[in-house]
Design a binder for this molecule. Structure first.
Ligand SMILES: Cc1cc2nc3c(=O)[nH]c(=O)nc-3n(C[C@H](O)[C@H](O)[C@H](O)COP(=O)(O)OP(=O)(O)OC[C@H]3O[C@@H](n4cnc5c(N)ncnc54)[C@H](O)[C@@H]3O)c2cc1C
Length: 498
């Protein structure tokens, strides 16, 4: 039997090859252990990433947690404009890479850009690994472009230790390729994937901040001449995203929109700035925002506890809209125009320091023709509920086009995505105190939740929303018969029987 590699001091195994992975899987099967791979660790629930519910594995962890920082290679097929990337490669620079391997130069995007190539889109950040991003069906903000459309080929070591390869065939939607592409690490360890790339491009765009009733997009109505409905806005805008503050007294929407422009030699980027710069740096504003969220943490669900906190809340609550409005004031002076290289501009949130503003989410993907109804439903909820229930953070709204991956939340339908933010340092438990109100509120809209964010936990509801659910589970049985990838978290959320 092949020797397994040693566990690192950080508690992770760091394989260098598929052979290393095969040996680890064999060892797991022989000893009835669980195996999971960490990407960049950006998914909201730790237990969805690791073999257990911890921040990172320890030396004494009996199971096998893998970090693929030694499997980051990229190769190119020039003739066909194909790039094959190992699953541990970060899409962009992961500033918090625990292995310290990720740099601005070795990211997948940088290597493509150096060749004059590009991906059609990324997420709002690009720090994820290729394996982690695809596993959860993650996506950017566009009804025009999707990374999954560029995915051609997937290579996996399955739960029996066998290397399997899957090719895209748009004429055969029964092919396991369509299961493996979005599989939450349940069908095997993805070792590499191949993307069809495009010529590099730049983007230009603008951001507008306005009162929700004066927003250039008619989010709550059917739209009118020169003011599209939100559904129309997302259909017409190549790259779009909204940050919505629906709390009483704030009621603002920040609309970010961009389009492609040709990559010309004398191009001068003018980067988008998400926070107002002070002496050329957005850091002071980010620190101020971080302090504000920390100060107001106890006002978030479950709300102030005890007499002292209730007194403090009585003083601080009325100030909250004033403070947030002053943060948003500079954006209200007029649109911010920007232009950038695709790799720096499409992931518009990549310049945020997430150690200052750590965020957790639950994100619900809803058929795009329900957009107006959902906007109204959320607005009414925020209007009729106190900030101690609806919280002090924002709701992100963006969209994704339909695809054919069996367990993608955008399976065969264009979706609008409502992403409720939770400041990760708040004292409450978001799964218990915060998200259930939104899962219930939007239940009538036939949503499917983002796999990488907090899940409602209703197995019957989840399984019935995916027409190919049973096919996926049957494939899971054959690709991982010993359930080495099925942790307690996935067993509970997907109803997988032992
Ligand atoms: C600040 C922030 C911004 C975000 N923006 C977006 C966004 O714009 N759009 C969006 O859709 N999501 C977004 N997310 C969510 C995030 O992109 C997803 O949760 C994504 O899946 C995380 O990728 P990761 O590399 O961090 O993977 P991890 O979170 O570490 O892992 C994700 C899953 O993939 C599995 N996995 C990892 N690698 C492999 C592999 N090689 N083979 C098999 N399984 C594997 C893991 O076990 C885990 O189950 C954001 C999250 C944060 C914190």
């Amino acid at each position: 039997m092949a020797q397994i590699i040693e566990r690192g001091n950080d508690g992770f195994y760091h394989p260098k090859s598929e052979d290393d992975l095969i040996a680890l899987i064999q060892h797991a099967r022989d000893n009835k252990l669980k195996v999971r791979v960490r990407g960049s660790g950006h998914s909201s629930a730790n237990a969805s990433i690791y073999t257990g519910d911890f921040e990172s594995p320890s030396q004494s962890n009996p199971n096998i947690d893998i970090y693929m920082d030694q499997m980051c290679g990229v190769t190119f097929d020039e003739a066909n404009m194909l790039a094959t990337v190992e699953a541990g490669c970060h899409i962009g620079h992961d500033l918090e890479d625990i292995a310290g391997v990720s740099t601005a130069h070795n990211s997948f995007m940088s290597r493509l850009q150096a060749k004059g190539w590009a991906l059609p889109i990324t997420g709002g950040i690009a720090r994820q690994t290729i394996g982690g991003f695809l596993a959860m069906g993650s996506s950017g903000g566009s009804l025009t472009y999707s990374l999954l459309d560029a995915l051609q080929h997937i290579r996996v070591v399955d739960g029996t230790g066998t290397v399997q390869e899957f090719n895209r065939d748009d004429n055969n939607l029964d092919d396991p390729f369509w299961a493996v592409g979005v599989s939450m690490g349940l069908l095997g360890i993805v070792t590499s994937v191949t993307f069809k790339c495009i010529e590099t491009y730049n983007i230009k765009g603008q951001e507008t901040t306005s009162r929700d009733d004066k927003c250039p997009v008619d989010c709550f109505g059917d739209g009118s001449s020169g003011r599209p409905s939100a559904a129309q806005f997302f259909k017409d805008t190549p790259y779009g995203r909204m940050m919505w503050w629906p709390q009483r007294g704030i009621e603002k929407i920040i609309v970010w929109e961009a389009e492609r422009i040709p990559a010309e030699a004398n191009f001068k980027p003018k980067p988008y700035q998400e926070f107002a710069p002070i002496l050329g740096s957005t850091k002071p504003a980010q620190i101020a925002a971080s302090l504000l969220f920390r100060l107001y943490g106890f006002i978030n669900p479950p709300g102030p506890q005890g007499i002292l906190q209730n007194i403090a809340a009585a003083v601080l609550k009325p100030l909250f809209p004033l403070i947030v409005n002053s943060f948003l004031a500079s954006g209200m002076k007029g649109p911010q125009k920007f232009q950038d290289y695709w790799c720096d501009g499409v992931p518009m949130d990549d310049r945020i320091d997430y150690t200052l503003i750590p965020v957790k989410f639950s994100e619900l993907w809803i058929p795009v023709d329900r957009t107006k109804e959902v906007f109204n439903k959320i607005r009414d909820h925020f209007r009729t509920h106190d900030i101690t229930q609806v919280g002090t953070f924002t709701v992100e709204v963006y969209a994704t086009p339909a695809n054919n991956f069996w367990l993608s939340p955008a399976y065969q339908r264009d979706v609008i995505k409502y992403d409720m933010f939770w400041f990760a340092k708040n004292p409450g438990d978001p799964e218990r105190d915060f998200y259930p109100q939104f899962w219930q509120l939007l239940d009538e809209f036939d949503y499917r939740p983002h796999w990488g964010k907090f899940l409602p936990g209703d197995v019957a509801r989840l399984s019935s929303s995916y027409p190919r659910w049973d096919d996926f589970m049957a494939l899971r049985d054959t690709m991982d018969p010993d359930q080495i990838f099925v942790t307690d978290y996935w067993r509970r959320h997907l109803g997988i029987e032992a």
